[in-house]
Each structure stands twice: as C-alpha cells, then as structure tokens.
Design a protein around this ligand. Structure first.
Ligand code: 5AD
Ligand code: SF4
Length: 460
C-alpha cells in the first residue's frame, strides 16, 4: 500500500484521452450522488467517457455508504462480481481498474484490503479530488494498490473541476461533515467534522449550474442548517442568509435544502419559508424517535416537544408546508411505550413522506455497545407498524392532491413513449403524457390520479 504524498501532478490526461471508459455505481445518500457526479467530472477531465455498462468500463468505481450494515455489505458482493468481470476482460486483453470511494473506505480501509485485495485504489469522501494522482501512480506502477483515507488539510472543493448541470434539478453541496455525534451514527467518523463552503464559492457554482440549465437547486449537507460559511467580507453567515442570496439569482426557480437538524432550525431560517417564494413548501426534518428518553440516549439535542414547536412555527410561516422525516425503530432500550411516542408524533405531524429504518449496530459508535439491544423480531414488527402508518398519511396526502393544479418540473422520460416524469413542489413523482420538448421545464399540471408513491396528471 502506498500513501499519497500529494506532490505529484496530473500526468495521465493524454495517455487516457483515447476512448477510455468509466462506470460509477453509487450507494446511499444524495451527498454520494453529488460526489459521484464530481468524480465523473474528474474522470472526464482526464479524458474518460461514461461506459454504457460495467463490462465496457476500463475503470469501475463503487461510491459506497456505511450508514447501515446492509448498505456496507452490499459493496463487498458487488466487488466480488467486479472481479469476475475484470478477469473476463483480462482474457480479452483489456485492463480494468477497480476503485472504491465513499464512507466504507473511511471506516473499513483494512477490511477492503483484506476482503478485496484486488481493489486498485480506495479513497475516502474527503480525498477523491486526489484521483488524478492516484491514477497516475497506478499507471506508473502496475500492480500496486493505493489507499487514501486521510482527513486532508485542504478542501476537496478547491481542487474539483468545474461542474455543469446534468438536468434541470441539481444538487449543490454547501456543507459537509457533522459535529452532532448521534450515538448510532457513523457520519461524524466517515465525513469528519463540519465544514461550510464560503458563500462566494457556492454562488459561483450555483450560477454555473443555472447557466447550464438548472432551474432547481437542492443544497446538500449532512447537517445543512448548521451552515456557517464566510461571506465576501469574511463574516460568518448562516443558511437563511445564503438562501436569500441564492434567491436573488436570475433564472433560479426552485430551492430546497437537506438534511436539517431540528435544534438548528433558527427563526430566521423558518421565516425563509414565508419570505422566499423559490423555497419549495417541503422540508425533510428528521426526528428519529418520538420518545424523550430515546432521544436523550441518541444524544439528540431536542425533545419531542421542541420538535413539535418547530413544526408549529413552520406551519405558521407557511401553512402549505409538507413535512418529511427519518425514523429509527428498535434503538437500544426502546420500549413499547417509547415506540408509541414515535407513532404519536407521526399522528400529530401527518408526514407527507418519510424514511424509516431498523436500528443497525455500527462498529465504533456508542450505541453499538449499549445494553438492552432490541431483538430483530421486535424491530421488524415495529418497523412494519410505523411504515403502515406513514404510508397511510402519504397516501391520504397524495389522494388529496387530485383536482389540484401544481407546477411540475419534468426531469426524465417515462417508461412509455410520450410520457414524462417530473417532481411536484412536494417531491412527489408525477407522470404525464407530454411531448419530450417539455423535458427540463416547469409545466402546470392538473392532478388526475394518485397512488401512495406517485401522481399522474394533464397539462392545463
Ligand atoms: N441504524 C439505522 N438507521 C440509521 N440512520 C443513521 N444511522 C443509523 C443506524 N445506525 C438513519 C437515520 C438518518 C438516516 C440518514 O439514516 O435515520 O437520519
Ligand atoms: Fe448522523 Fe445526522 Fe446525527 Fe450528524 S445529525 S450524527 S449525520 S444522524
């Protein structure tokens, strides 16, 4: 294994310019989707083009997720399959580089070296900007593998090639890392401490994305509403300020931000939901559990009542806002009573969408060694009850949309010809029969039909 000294410069551009192909498979959160787009940008700047499928690729990258055990294990089975493809290609005289990026690398670099020694390189979520040097190293010394999991002193954002919008909805990372240390969560260990990008850098990236076709920007951060980047005068600014600055950009029609932490929902941020017309009436605000004792054991800095008060303020700012959340069931020590408190929150907030998970023990986190771990059977039962309730509210909300007219941003072609798929302001998927000229446009649609997971409608 070699460590990156970071003194080498890019030498592979001309070598790779001739029809080398890349294939990236992304696991996990929206931040990983954003990172994969930036990794693709680096590879394109080195002359690579996107491959139509994995067997056609000269370089295969898995951008991995470590948040729950299942996601992390999936990587190793995919790596096994990648080795088979690499061997088949070798018989045809073609080399394949296999790389792993993302949070599994940060947490399990030794496991990767042990369980998948054929991996050519592994680089963490904060170091993938060093990919050109890594590839140069591999090109020069065939047969070596490079693992780079340092928390680097530099910001990767200063080294990435300029990105362009790939569709009318773009992700824009404004903040990374987390200082909250919820006791179940690996993020503070894999993505490191909080870092906020400066305002000017974000505005520049936003303008570039808008100039190349973005109508909607979704600002990303593990703890996005604790954003505290410097403005042009070096003054620290919060997310509310940044949203106002972004809302002044010509051509930007829609703004979103995710994922937020309840204790960081400041009054000026809540007021943005009243004052900024581009801010969509949808907010993902994870509570995780409705029980105060579980929240305390999770090291969350809010109670159930604090959370419900924030929701009240949000509804006052914008009565049409739709809420979403993450939930964990079966956290160590969670009793039936605690679980009932979670159901109670769901019945009060009436989420229009939500994500719910069984607690998954993550090595190295405090909750993994807490007493009173919950049996798998109980976790499964609680998850089913919670999901049925959540789906019920989602279904009710979707059906209540029938007859309404909503502006829909069409991002993709549908499965049938003549059909487009878009998103409503509430993040619902919507299908409509529309000519493809309407792709990447916002069209007013009358909702004609609804299921739990999607809507359909007609242009008005
Ligand atoms: N087990 C189950 N779910 C988890 N999450 C984070 N860590 C764990 C874990 N150890 C969930 C939280 C978080 C979402 C991204 O993943 O609900 O908000
Ligand atoms: Fe993980 Fe979110 Fe808690 Fe940070 S706030 S530790 S990212 S669950």
């Amino acid at each position: 294994m070699l460590n990156i000294t970071y003194t080498e410069r890019i030498v592979t551009y001309y070598e790779n310019k001739v029809s080398k192909k890349y294939y990236i498979k992304t696991f996990g959160c929206q931040m990983n989707v954003y990172d994969s787009q930036r990794i693709a940008g680096i590879l394109q700047s080195l002359g690579y083009q996107e491959a139509s499928s994995q067997p056609n690729a000269d370089i295969v990258i898995f951008n991995t997720c470590h948040i729950r055990e299942k996601a992390a294990e999936k990587v190793f089975s995919d790596l096994g399959r990648a080795l088979l493809i690499k061997n088949e290609r070798k018989e045809q005289g073609k080399d394949t580089i296999i790389g792993v990026c993302g949070c599994v690398v940060q947490a399990e670099d030794e496991q990767i070296a042990k369980r998948a020694p054929f991996v050519d390189f592994a680089t963490g979520p904060l170091t993938y900007h060093r990919l050109p040097e890594i590839l140069a190293k591999i090109a020069r010394k065939k047969g070596i593998s490079v693992i780079d999991t340092e928390f680097p002193p530099e910001s990767k954002f200063d080294f990435l090639p300029q990105n362009q919008s790939e569709s009318a909805c773009s992700y824009l990372a404004i903040q990374e890392g987390c200082n909250n240390f919820c006791t179940y969560c690996v993020v503070p260990y894999t993505r490191g401490v909080e870092y906020s990008r400066p305002i000017a850098e974000i505005l520049q990236e936003a303008e570039r994305l808008i100039d190349t076709g973005s109508l909607e920007l979704n600002l990303l951060g593990q703890n996005v509403n604790s954003y505290h980047g410097e403005d042009e005068q070096g003054k620290e600014r919060n997310l509310a300020y940044l949203l106002h600055r972004l809302s002044e950009l010509d051509g930007l029609k829609r703004l979103r931000y995710t994922t937020s932490y309840p204790a960081d929902m400041t009054d000026d941020l809540i007021a943005c939901h009243k004052d900024i017309p581009q801010l969509m009436p949808y907010l993902h605000l994870p509570i995780q559990s409705g029980s105060n004792s579980v929240l305390k054991a999770m090291n969350r800095r809010h109670t159930k009542d604090d959370y419900l008060q924030i929701i009240d303020k949000l509804y006052q700012a914008n009565p049409n806002i739709g809420m979403s959340s993450d939930f964990i069931v079966g956290f160590p020590g969670e009793t039936d009573r605690d679980f009932q408190d979670t159901l109670d929150v769901v019945n009060k907030v009436k989420y229009i969408q939500a994500f719910s998970f069984k607690y998954s023990k993550r090595p190295g986190t405090p909750a993994a060694v807490m007493p009173h771990q919950i049996e798998e059977k109980v976790k499964k039962e609680r998850l089913e009850i919670l999901q049925n309730l959540l789906f019920d509210y989602q279904d009710k909300f979707n059906r209540a949309c029938i007859g309404k007219v909503m502006p829909v941003l069409f991002e993709n072609k549908g499965r049938h010809s003549g059909q487009l798929i878009g998103r409503t302001p509430y993040m619902q998927n919507l299908h409509a029969e529309l000519p493809k000229e309407n792709l990447n446009k916002i069209i007013n649609i009358k909702i004609t039909d609804a299921t739990t997971n999607s809507l359909s409608g007609k242009a008005v």
